[in-house]
Write a protein that binds this ligand. Structure first.
Ligand SMILES: NC(=O)c1ccc[n+]([C@@H]2O[C@H](COP(=O)([O-])OP(=O)(O)OC[C@H]3O[C@@H](n4cnc5c(N)ncnc54)[C@H](OP(=O)(O)O)[C@@H]3O)[C@@H](O)[C@H]2O)c1
Length: 377
């Protein structure tokens, strides 16, 4: 692996611990970074025996996301890759991406927060192009499988001579889904933030109201509500004829229609003076609890299920791709480890990217298949 350095900021959190273990087992010798020295030592001691050799045991480094200078010291040069699982990202994520851009380094994160994703593409991406940094946000269950399924369904349509102009991606969990502490805090944070979508060839504010159904196989039709993802940025770069990209979230299960209504109500509440500070207080309160989430038995009862549908300019369906894979948190850990080593070893061009436009469809498809995320239709 040469001088490759992978630094995992947030290693002591719930997602961070899973990613750290995956990286150590894979022999990536990660530097485990976080704000509490003693917790990092304990984690590194626990994981060291899992390393394939003494040379690949993890190191540690202390940095606080509220102190940008300390985060900048984590990176030595542009060959380093910084992986951040420190959320809520809208509150704590900026120092990591700023450090990566300044160092001209590789950067991945586990964010699912749409405003943060948008800022990486629109604000940080152009700066990264100047410094040589390569940024791929939302490299977890949200939103890698949808980028992959969307790219596959478009490629299949092309193979049969059709031109896909619209893709809709639905995110589901098959089985029981428990949320981690960080997911709850981040969800509270994005409650009032304006949504966006890719329509008529442009990034536009807002999203349609209501829900839509996706055929998820085995004669099941599941509802999902519109959200903002990274597909709005990533997929039009992969398939240039796309004018519309819809991202839909269905993991609230039978509560999805109610959640869609709540989302609309929350959107209109945003205009009420003072409500913003109430949501910030809730997010901060939730963010005080870290490191909690479903245990491995509970994760074993959940499977990732993501569907992409393509249509042409007159609305004719061109096909459906359904991906299934490990539970959302296990998948996120695998993706972050795979993405880090891929960023370090494959020639990705400077700037902000979606997963498929960064690495190419074949590479992402093979990498995901190795972690058990595969197309069943
Ligand atoms: N996109 C996806 O599919 C996906 C999947 C999983 C997670 N996520 C997101 O990833 C984020 C993390 O989730 P999680 O459940 O792992 O959260 P978590 O368990 O609460 O962990 C948060 C981590 O951030 C660290 N942290 C908090 N404040 C910090 C600071 N000032 N400086 C340095 N580190 C700080 C915590 O350190 P301590 O350990 O010292 O408290 C902890 O390591 C959330 O935003 C979540 O939504 C997304």
């Amino acid at each position: 692996m040469g001088s490759m350095r992978i630094v995992l900021l947030g290693a002591t959190g719930y997602t961070g611990r899973l990613a750290a273990e995956t990286m150590v087992r894979a022999g990536l010798a990660p530097t485990l970074a976080g704000r509490r020295h003693d917790d990092l030592v304990r984690l590194a001691d626990r994981l060291a025996p899992l390393a394939p050799s003494p040379q690949t045991e993890p190191g540690i480094a202390v940095a606080d996301a509220t102190d940008s200078a300390s985060v900048r010291t984590l990176l030595h040069d542009g060959d380093d890759v910084l992986v951040s699982t420190v959320g809520p990202f809208m509150e704590l994520g900026t120092a990591a991406v700023a450090a990566a851009v300044d160092a001209g380094a590789g950067y991945l994160d586990s964010t699912g927060e749409p405003p943060f994703i948008r800022s990486i593409f629109q604000e940080w991406g152009p700066r990264a192009e100047e410094t040589g940094a390569r940024l791929i946000p939302a490299f977890g269950y949200d939103y890698v499988p949808g980028n992959l399924a969307g790219a596959i369904v478009c490629a299949r349509a092309r193979e049969t001579g059709h031109t896909p102009t619209r893709v809709d991606v639905g995110y589901f969990v098959d089985g029981e889904f428990g949320l981690s502490s960080g997911t709850k805090a981040s969800a509270a944070g994005v409650m009032l933030s304006p949504s966006f979508g890719f329509r008529q060839g442009q990034l536009l504010k807002g999203n349609p109201s209501g829900t839509r159904s996706f055929d998820v196989g085995r004669n099941r039709s599941w509802k999902a509500m519109p959200v903002a993802g990274s597909e709005h940025f990533g997929l039009p770069r992969v398939e240039s004829d796309l004018t519309d990209v819809g991202v839909w979230l269905g993991w609230a299960g039978r509560w999805t229609p109610a959640a869609a209504v709540a989302g609309q109500v929350a959107g209109s509440l945003a205009a009420i003076p003072g409500i913003d500070s109430g949501v910030t207080a809730l997010r901060r309160r939730l963010a005080k609890t870290t490191g909690q989430g479903p245990d491995s038995a509970a994760r074993g009862r959940a499977r990732t299920l993501v569907v992409a549908e393509a249509t042409d300019a007159v609305g004719r369906p061109l096909g459906t791709v359904c991906l299934t894979g490990p539970s959302p948190y296990d998948l996120t850990a695998e993706l972050l480890a795979w993405g880090a080593v891929s960023l370090a070893t494959k020639g990705v061009s400077p700037g902000a990217h979606g997963p498929v436009d960064a690495f190419g469809l074949d590479v992402v498809e093979r990498g995901c298949a190795d972690m058990g995320l595969i197309a069943i239709t």
